[in-house]
Design a protein around this ligand. Structure first.
Ligand code: UT7
Length: 329
């Protein structure tokens, strides 16, 4: 078997039309545009409206964009991995629903939950399928309808999150382009600061848990902020060091979009000029598994074949990591 690498050969994206502005949030909770902009960098986020619309609809939007841009027929896809924290339902698997809705009739499919790091965990997993030679056209979609688990009375969380999805096509490259290295980490002690209290097997939903708003995201922002900065900057530096990369060798840093101040701190600690750091948090907020592919979608025209990219994310779990890849087109 030739030394196959898994190359990204296309990017698609989808964000819903409805724009939730800071001005609108000012009417919902005790907050203000100035605080949100200076503390997070977010100006607006998208919200999926409509009865019975879920994460699979966001994912299908991104996948249809990807298939059309890459001129790929749905039945050519042999694997789909959906990174999400907001599956359509606890049962069944959302990957199956997406395949059904998008016509991916020949794909093996499953969902993966690594919270905000879901996209890089799924990308790394998908790369193994390509590298082994078993699969040739793989889609990784990061999709989250965060508005389904956010309490719009809690100013600590409702200003941050948005809905959206981004998808990439992975194909084998014999030119050495694509995923070069990945470092993925977990620390379950992080559950204390970022979790949903009820609705899982530990504490199934009841009328009481719902009445107490326990089905929404709880976050203690400060410790998560600190862990995110230190976690991401360390893995970025480790991945660069072990691949003999110095800052000028890396064309783009692609960080998870949780907070502009986190992104700026990681860039500073990893000695990265901010002009080479992808950022679109101002328009979409934190779309969890969607942030990194939505950055690639927005910056696609600025990318060149052979560019070195470092992707990095941090999220609930804690989960975090970095992926080094060479852009393939
Ligand atoms: O993506 C998954 C991982 N998640 C993250 O990476 C998020 C990490 N954390 C953060 O991004 C930040 O911690 C937040 C944006 C969540 C909060 O920013 P902060 O600078 O850490 O604020 P804070 O929680 O320390 O609050 C500072 C002050 C407090 O008031 P006092 O006690 O100083 O009077 C808060 O009550 O700001 C107040 N505050 C707000 N004020 C206006 C908190 N939220 C708001 C708000 N609007 N929305």
């Amino acid at each position: 078997m030739a030394n196959l690498k898994a190359a990204i050969t296309g990017v698609g994206g989808y964000v819903p039309d409805y724009i939730l502005t800071n001005a609108e949030l000012e009417k919902m909770v005790d907050t203000n545009d100035e605080w949100i902009r200076t503390r997070t960098g977010i100006e607006e986020r998208r919200i999926l409206k409509g009865k019975d619309k879920g994460t699979s609809d966001l994912a299908v939007g991104a996948i249809q964009d990807l298939l059309s841009k890459t001129n790929t027929a749905p039945d050519e896809i042999d694997l789909l991995i959906c990174a999400t924290t907001t599956p359509d339902r606890i049962v069944p698997d959302t990957g199956s629903t997406i395949c059904h809705k998008a016509g991916l009739s020949n794909a093996t499919a499953f969902q993966m939950n690594a919270a905000c790091s879901g996209f890089i965990f799924s990308l790394t997993t998908a790369a193994k399928f390509i590298e082994s030679g078993s699969h040739k056209k793989v889609i990784v979609v990061g999709a989250d309808k965060m508005s389904s688990i956010i309490n719009y009375k809690d100013r600590a969380t409702c200003i941050i999150f948005g809905d959206g999805a981004g998808a990439v096509l992975l194909e084998p490259s014999e030119e050495g382009l694509g995923v070069q290295d990945a470092l993925l980490k977990n620390d379950g002690a992080g559950v204390e600061h970022l979790h949903i209290k009820s609705g899982g097997s530990v504490r199934p939903a009841t009328a009481v848990t719902v009445m107490n708003d326990e089905h929404y995201v709880y976050q203690n922002g400060k410790p998560v902020f600190k862990a995110a900065v230190s976690g991401m900057s360390k893995v970025v530096q480790t991945v660069m060091r072990r691949n003999n990369l110095s800052t000028p060798d890396v064309n783009w840093l692609v960080p998870h979009q949780a907070n502009k101040r986190i992104i700026e701190s990681v860039a500073k600690m990893a000695d990265f000029p901010i002009e080479r750091v992808m950022m679109n948090i101002q328009r979409y907020g934190n779309t969890t598994a969607g942030t990194i592919p939505l950055c690639l979608w927005d910056y696609e025209e600025q990318l060149k074949k052979g560019d070195n990219l470092i992707l990095t994310a941090f999220g609930g779990g804690y989960t975090w990591g970095a992926v080094y890849l060479k852009w393939a087109y």
